[in-house]
Design a protein around this ligand. Structure first.
Ligand SMILES: Nc1ncnc2c1ncn2[C@@H]1O[C@H](COP(=O)(O)OP(=O)(O)O)[C@@H](O)[C@H]1O
Ligand SMILES: [Mg+2]
Length: 258
């Protein structure tokens, strides 16, 4: 085994034991094979078979997703797409100027805050694009927004089942894997506003099970940062195992109609 066992595998295995579902871990735990009543289903990475594949792919495509959300007047961070080999530095620099010389560059389908860079000079931007392109075939540029809190809503069937704030510590990015902390106390007024935005996102994208990340900007303005078509709760489940377990269980039971 080359990879450490994921919390997802630990939780899903328990769910299967409890619900008499046959469980098999394949591909070093990346694929989980579940069988019950002559029906076999697969979990792949953090993706569940209840999602439509195109909806899920759009969620994971930061530029594509933000374009669709914008078209539907849902407030989100703009992500301008560039493909390796198909752009000119002048185009990048024009966007840098448009975004007031303060931008974030990242891979279009990245995750975990990996290769996400804040750039304030042309040179920084061009150097960081090279870094991104050493691992990815594309990148996006967004205006940089100053904010303290980012919220995550885990949506299933048009409803938020888990909501928490990600509080940064020493890092500027809000990824739990980079040290941000889970805070489950979110006041009801904020919950209401976040819910409205996240529900609009999932209805627009026709995604059943996903996460929606929303930044809280100045004056309690909200903007969607990104969606994820796979639902990862590695760090969250350490903070609240019960809630992570219940939600995954609910999804799996629905998949087998039990
Ligand atoms: N445009 C932006 N302005 C300010 N912070 C940003 C911006 N884009 C990303 N970030 C920060 O970087 C983190 C990771 O970016 P994100 O787009 O969520 O990529 P990933 O899929 O790698 O998590 C965010 O949680 C946020 O803290
Ligand atoms: Mg993120």
């Amino acid at each position: 085994m080359r990879f450490p066992k994921r919390q997802l595998e630990v939780i899903v295995k328990q769910i299967c034991q409890k619900n008499k579902i046959q469980f098999k871990s394949l591909s070093e735990g990346f694929i989980l094979q579940l069988t019950k009543n002559n029906k076999t289903e697969y979990l792949y990475g953090y993706n569940f078979p209840c999602n439509n594949v195109t909806s899920s792919k759009i969620c994971d495509d930061k530029a594509g997703c933000s374009e669709i959300l914008t078209q539907n007047k849902i407030p989100c961070m703009e992500h301008v797409f560039f493909m390796d080999g198909f752009y000119k530095d002048e185009e990048v620099l024009a966007i840098f100027k448009k975004f007031k010389n303060d931008v974030v560059v990242k891979p279009n389908t990245g995750t975990g805050g990996r290769d996400v860079y804040h750039c304030k000079t042309k040179q920084e931007l061009l150097n960081n694009i090279k870094k991104v392109l050493s691992h990815s075939i594309n990148f996006t540029i967004s205006p940089f927004y100053t904010y303290d809190t980012e919220y995550r809503l885990i949506m299933y069937k048009d409803k938020a089942h888990i909501i928490y704030a990600k509080q940064r510590t020493t890092e500027w990015r809000h990824n739990l894997g980079l040290g941000a902390k889970v805070n489950e106390y979110v006041d009801s007024n904020t919950v209401k506003k976040l819910n409205t935005i996240a529900q609009r996102c999932v209805k627009t994208l026709k995604i059943k099970f996903c996460s929606v990340d929303i930044a809280e900007l100045k004056n309690k303005q909200y903007k969607v940062v990104e969606l994820n078509g796979g639902v990862m709760m590695e760090k969250y489940s350490l903070a609240n195992y019960k809630k992570a377990y219940s939600l995954y269980e609910r999804v799996i039971k629905d998949i087998f109609a039990i």
